[in-house]
Design a protein around this ligand. Structure first.
Ligand code: HEM
Length: 329
């Protein structure tokens, strides 16, 4: 294994992250790809990583006000195939969770594309250009087109993203820092596709729904401590470190739906400096805190995918196209 050599010319300016801290816009495509076997396919994927920023610029300039952006993530097995050592310190496969009632599966994925824009057509254009660039080197594993619903509400009718950190707090929650210097400016992202049982959810009273989420539906106010159920979504997702400081992730969830098939869902996407934070939230939701006291939302929401990726900084992503810049001789 080669060690990461400190770069004597490194500047104090942290590396520019990919566009993961962009605000939530009207549309997003969440695309998970597999890389086909063979050196030629791997070479083509690396070439794409080097050209991705240029592709985004080309499509974005057609309608700059649409704020098109792309985030590219690399799965754990794909990292070894494409680049080898050194690896981002905390990159691993998504760990499946099995609670007493609910299960979070771990599903495959080599490359994640998180495309956002103010309109669907911009997401479409970029994803089409990317798939053209990748050609037969990559195959689709899963693709979800999310849309922003009224008042930023999730599919279940509650405003989503309210407690997301912003500004420097978002950067601190989502970006790797000095703890892994070769990979600073990167992020760990977990994605999960959830399908909701909307008939069962809509059969609840508004008060029952509010107790499941932990906020009021109309006014979007957090329930007071004395009425907040311990198995509400909010209660189980407020977590702290040993010093009592709250731990956060940056979420970019969006609803999606295919009503004619009865499919109503939420695409969860959470960026974290340390994937253990998101994993702790998931353990609280699926296993429960304490064990058995699982997230009431899960009685109406089934996780059907679960994958973890590393999102290199913009500069590292581009450099990786020409071989691993951190690999020692
Ligand atoms: C079924 C899928 C999900 C839905 C519909 C959903 C919806 C919501 C809603 C409506 C809120 C309250 C408003 C807000 O602060 O954003 C919320 C909060 C939150 N959710 Fe989710 N969520 C889902 C899955 C997840 C997952 C899988 C995680 C973590 C792994 C997560 C982490 C959080 C966190 C950290 C908060 C903020 C808690 C706070 O500080 O108040 N959510 N979610």
């Amino acid at each position: 294994m080669s060690a990461i050599r400190p770069d004597p010319h490194a500047s104090a300016v942290p590396p520019q992250p990919q566009a993961l801290l962009e605000p939530q816009l009207m549309a997003a495509h969440f695309i998970v790809l597999g890389i086909v076997s063979g050196a030629a396919a791997e070479e083509r994927v690396r070439a794409f990583l080097g050209s991705a920023a240029g592709l985004v610029r080309s499509v974005a300039q057609r309608e700059p006000e649409q704020r098109l952006s792309l985030v590219v993530g690399i799965g754990s097995a794909a990292w070894d195939r494409l680049f080898g050592a050194p690896r981002p310190a905390r990159l691993h496969e998504f760990k499946a969770l099995r609670g007493a009632r609910h299960h979070a599966p771990s599903t495959p994925g080599d490359v994640l594309l998180h495309i956002r824009a103010r309109s669907e057509r911009m997401c479409f254009e970029l994803s089409m250009q990317i798939m053209r660039a990748l050609g037969e080197a990559a195959v689709g594993v899963d693709e979800v087109h999310g849309f922003r619903y009224f008042d930023l509400r999730a599919m279940i009718g509650f405003v989503d993203g309210v407690e997301n950190p912003v500004g420097p707090e978002a950067a601190d929650a989502a970006l790797v820092g000095d703890e892994d210097p070769g990979f600073a400016g990167g992020s760990y992202v977990i994605v999960q596709k959830y399908l909701h049982d909307m008939s069962a959810w809509n059969a609840l009273t508004t008060e029952e729904q509010e107790r499941a989420v932990g906020r009021t539906k109309h006014d979007n106010i957090e329930l007071a401590d004395d009425v907040m159920p311990t198995n509400s979504h909010v209660a189980l997702n407020v977590i702290e470190d040993e010093a009592g400081a709250e731990l956060a992730i940056v979420r970019g969830n969006l609803p999606f739906a295919v009503p004619s098939r009865g499919e109503y869902g939420t695409y969860f996407i959470g960026y974290a400096r340390d994937p253990a934070v998101t994993e702790q939230m998931l353990a609280n939701m699926f296993i429960g805190r304490p064990e058995g006291n699982y997230d009431r939302l899960l009685d109406f929401s089934r996780a059907v995918t679960g994958t973890l990726f590393f999102v290199p900084s913009q500069a590292l992503l581009e450099a990786l196209a020409d071989g691993h810049p951190l690999a020692g001789g």
